[in-house]
Design a protein around this ligand. Structure first.
Ligand SMILES: Nc1ncnc2c1ncn2[C@@H]1O[C@H](COP(=O)(O)OP(=O)(O)OP(=O)(O)O)[C@@H](O)[C@H]1O
Ligand SMILES: [Mg+2]
Length: 309
């Protein structure tokens, strides 16, 4: 593997095919299947003169599965998965970054492989960090030349959280673009069912309730809360209740992730959870009472207290 001359760190690592599934929404899933189908039949498409370069750009907020998905694509195509992280290719030594990038492209073309550029927007950071537009241009040009030098059987995937920071010429080199947005309610339900309930269908209603109130959370957030709950149920003598998991979701929204524990809910917790579920709308008071573990009268009182200020 090529290495950075200064730090001796490898410029590329060979990634493993993922063993955990990726859960995608309908639109993204459809586009990805299409990309995979085109990649599998690239020689037929080329013969008919309708092939496009197999460049796919995945963009969207953090924790939505971009890196994981790239590995899945390599696995579906049964190709080795080479990961170049652009942030680690950026050398502190002037001129070295472009050399590193050339090194990556020279390493790959001989192989039938998926070449994955993670954190592609890191190149754009040069603009702020260096005050040296000359180097930024050189680096962008090196990436463009590298992409142009690849043969058709190399699948390139780029991932970025900041698509607007990418140079338009780089953006154009990826004919396939798929946005991985924050998961919608349906995808969140599948994520909860998978990570928390290991896909046991009997838990579908709980997963649906969690999905309903966890808007704004990404896949990685849901995975973190779910695994914390499962750790507590393995190591503690009591499983965290649905109410405790919902409180962790609430805290995660508020931006102060709460340690998920299996202590009984106190009155403050019960009030907070009641209001949280109520604000999400569409959850009946009887259901709130049931989940929080109080009477319906109490739910009514908590909500009244809140609205009276
Ligand atoms: N849609 C999803 N399906 C399954 N797992 C997911 C999904 N989204 C996130 N995860 C979980 O969260 C972890 C982190 O996701 P990943 O690193 O792929 O996100 P990312 O979009 O590359 O984030 P970043 O932009 O921060 O690099 C994954 O390894 C997986 O366990
Ligand atoms: Mg990533």
């Amino acid at each position: 593997m090529p290495r950075d001359a200064g730090s001796r760190l490898p410029l590329i690592e060979e990634g493993q095919w993922p063993t955990t599934p990726i859960i995608l929404g309908g639109e993204a899933g459809h586009r990805i299947s299409q990309f995979i189908e085109d990649a599998k039949h690239i020689s037929l498409l080329a013969e008919k003169g309708v092939s496009a370069r197999l460049g796919l750009l995945l963009y969207g907020p953090p924790g939505t599965g971009k890196t994981l998905l790239a590995g899945h694509i390599a696995a579906s195509l049964k190709l080795p998965f080479y990961i170049a992280r652009l942030d680690s290719l950026i050398s502190s030594r002037l001129g070295e970054t472009a050399k590193n990038i050339r090194g990556v492209f020279e390493f790959v073309p001989a192989r039938n492989a998926v070449l994955f550029f993670d954190e592609m927007d890191a190149i754009a950071k040069l603009r702020d960090d260096r005050h040296e537009l000359g180097e930024l241009k050189r680096v962008v040009n090196t990436v463009l030349q590298g992409l142009d030098s690849l043969t058709d059987d190399v699948v390139t995937i780029g991932a970025t959280n900041h698509p607007h920071l990418l140079d338009p010429a780089i953006w154009r080199r990826f004919p396939y673009k798929v946005e991985l947005a924050l998961p919608d309610e349906e995808v969140r339900a599948s994520l909860w069912l998978h990570f928390l309930f290991q896909n046991v269908a009997a838990h579908k209603e709980e997963a649906d309730l969690l999905a309903r109130v966890s808007d704004g959370l990404n896949g990685a957030d849901i995975e973190n809360i779910a695994l914390a709950a499962r750790r507590r149920s393995i190591l503690g003598n009591q499983e965290p209740s649905l109410a405790q998991i919902l409180l962790a979701v609430h805290a995660s929204h508020a931006g102060n992730p709460r340690l998920l524990d299996n202590r009984e809910l106190d009155t403050t917790d019960k009030k907070a959870l009641t209001r949280f579920l109520h604000e999400k709308g569409g959850i009946r008071q009887a259901e709130i009472a049931n989940v929080v573990g109080v009477s319906r009268q109490m739910v009514h009182r908590y909500l009244k207290e809140a609205s009276d200020g």
